[in-house]
Design a protein around this ligand. Sequence first.
Ligand code: HEM
Length: 416
Amino acid sequence: MEDKKVMPFEKGLEHGLDFLAEGYKYILNRRISLQSDIFETRLLGQKAICMGGEEAASLFYDTDKFKRDGAMPNRVQQTLVGKGGVQSLDGFEHTQRKQLFMSLMSKENLERMDKEIEYQLEKAVEKWKEQSEIILYDEAKELLVKAACAWAGVPLQQEEIKRRTEQITSMFESPMAFGPSHWRGRNGRNLAEKWIRDLIRQVRNSEIQAEEHTALYTFSQHKDAKGEFLPVKVAAVEILNIIRPISAISIYISFIALTLHQYPELKEKIKTRNSQYYQYFVQEVRRFYPFFPIQGAIVKKDFTWKGYEFKKGTLTILDLYGTNHDPKLWENPSLFQPERFENWKGSPFSFIPQGGGDYLSGHRCAGEWITIRIMKIFLNYFVNELKFEVPPQDFSYRFNRMPTLPVDGFIMKNIQ
Ligand code: HEM
């Protein structure tokens, strides 16, 4: 029997405000000061175990030990993910639902997405050439919403593009916000869910046709073992689980542009090295820049790990950002070095910008391949297809804004 140990802990009744103040670095700061990859604290009025690093990630994704039902705070469900979606499912129900997502990620469908992005980018560039300057983040959000809707089979009329983009992007911009920004996200979700629910009903009543292999078709027409459709509300949440994160890739795109601006010598490397360098560059953007700070789960049944007790029902939080910056896993983690991926021997638990572990049996992000492909297309455009100037602006990004991005959204001018 392993000796029981007292888990390192942070004193105090509540540390939610510290989390908001320190943001992405909250767990990493304590892992350093407590000299431990695991510690106990209090968040949202309850005891919480925080942990980071490869071993911790491997434990966190053990579905015998942790469940997701009940792990997501209400304010995140009401904005970012919605209710009844794949994120909060466990076991067989989760695998079945996840299968629907993964079935959309066939080679043909991924290539179809590449084409949508290239088409939308070509159209957008023609428009950008007419403008004296653009905010890349705003432009990328709209472009990606258009591509995502086309790919998902969701009809989008010209006159609704701005409105729908605002609704969809407010969902990922608002979960950690307070006051009006948070309410903008809730309102955005309500309106977007209603829009998609109406479409699902129309598909089911054969009032409109959805093409096979699209998300609209898949989630509208799928029947479970009992021959029943997904509830309309749930199907709408899942279709938005496709469109919303595709538009959120605009954040990574802004960081790609920022990196090329700050390390211009990398442009030459991208041009002269083989195509594998695209992969290293994009992976390093996903490792280096903050996006999702953490992921939560609930202890399923009592167990002991490395002498530390995990009691059933305890909220447990994995440090995604801090694992990607763990000096035990990454040499000089705060340097941007795409070459580190050249001979990378990592595991599904050491590099976890979009979650870790397995896609089907676990909760690893369903859209990781799409994300990488879209990032590569934009990277190629920035390096080989576009000429532009970058005016003075605030290039910094805040570690206590979640998700964060360059303050001015990356302004580009005189695009050719
Ligand atoms: C913008 C870049 C993206 C980031 C940073 C990101 C990050 C994440 C993270 C951290 C998770 C949670 C992992 C966990 O629960 O342990 C997740 C889950 C998920 N993501 Fe992404 N994601 C991105 C893009 C996408 C895209 C493009 C799609 C769909 C096309 C997508 C669909 C999903 C789905 C459906 C889940 C839930 C998986 C499950 O619970 O089994 N994501 N993502």
